[in-house]
Unconditional design. Structure first.
Length: 211
């Protein structure tokens, strides 16, 4: 039987992604994303253009991990060093390395901010809150500024198809509303820490605008 999504799993994978010295293991980082994609798929086909792109990016990173250079892709830190040292990153415009690990992971990293903002809204939401509003507010504060008009349009349409708050809590598969809220309270600092470590690393290397 296919394993079904649970918020607990997402929490576990992001927890595993942090090493003792605060490096981020790519294997678990993308496992976290796989979980999220399976969650999104359970919400309906309107989201398939989003999950296709996410899966595509996860796959690119998995291919690097499975390649002969795989050992360099153990953590985000080692990937950055390896790709930069070997000039495997297109820094100003897409050319010889249009699908570097660095630029690919950056897309997921930006989406992680959306996730953090959205889950924080969900955690503190009330019965009247609308998931579509929480989702698009989080989107406008994060991913939107990196997306072309046409993508922003399509995304706006998809948000309208989101299930309501109750149904949303239900699919998260983590028990009562109260339990979901507690679990979110546990998950958010972790997601936020992984986000911040990655953000600082990219900023320090001037990679936040990779094409
Ligand atoms: C639960 C509701 C789901 C809402 C998801 C909100 C995020 C909207 C993202 C819209 C992506 C649209 C499709 C393609 C976009 C790509 O152009 C960009 C840039 O990549 P490039 O073109 O430079 O290669 N891709 C992204 O920004 C990555 C988006 C990943 C989104 C993963 C969302 C996972 C959501 C989990 C839900 C719990």
């Amino acid at each position: 039987m296919a394993e079904c999504f649970s918020l607990q799993n997402v929490l576990e994978t992001f927890k595993s992604s942090l090493s003792d010295n605060k490096e981020v293991y790519i294997k678990y980082y993308i496992a976290g994303w796989r979980e999220l994609v399976s969650f999104m798929n359970s919400l309906g086909t309107v989201f398939s253009f989003i999950s296709k792109d996410a899966v595509n990016k996860i796959q690119i990173l998995e291919n690097f991990l499975a390649s002969e250079n795989g050992s360099h892709y153990l953590t985000i830190q080692s990937m950055l060093k390896f790709e930069l040292d070997n000039e495997l990153v297109d820094l100003t415009k897409r050319a010889n390395h249009p699908e570097s690990g660095c630029r690919t992971l950056l897309r997921l990293h930006r989406a992680l901010l959306w996730l953090e903002l959205f889950l924080e809204r969900l955690r503190t939401s009330t019965e009247e809150s609308k998931t579509s509003v929480m989702c698009s507010e989080a989107y406008n504060e994060s991913l939107a500024r990196h997306h072309a008009w046409i993508i922003r349009k399509a995304t706006g349409v998809a948000f309208c198809a989101l299930p309501g708050r109750d149904a949303f809590f239900e699919v998260m598969n983590a028990g009562s509303h109260e339990e979901v809220v507690n679990l979110l309270g546990e998950a958010l600092p972790l997601i936020s820490e992984v986000y911040q470590i990655t953000e600082d690393l990219y900023a320090k290397n001037n990679l936040l605008e990779l094409p």
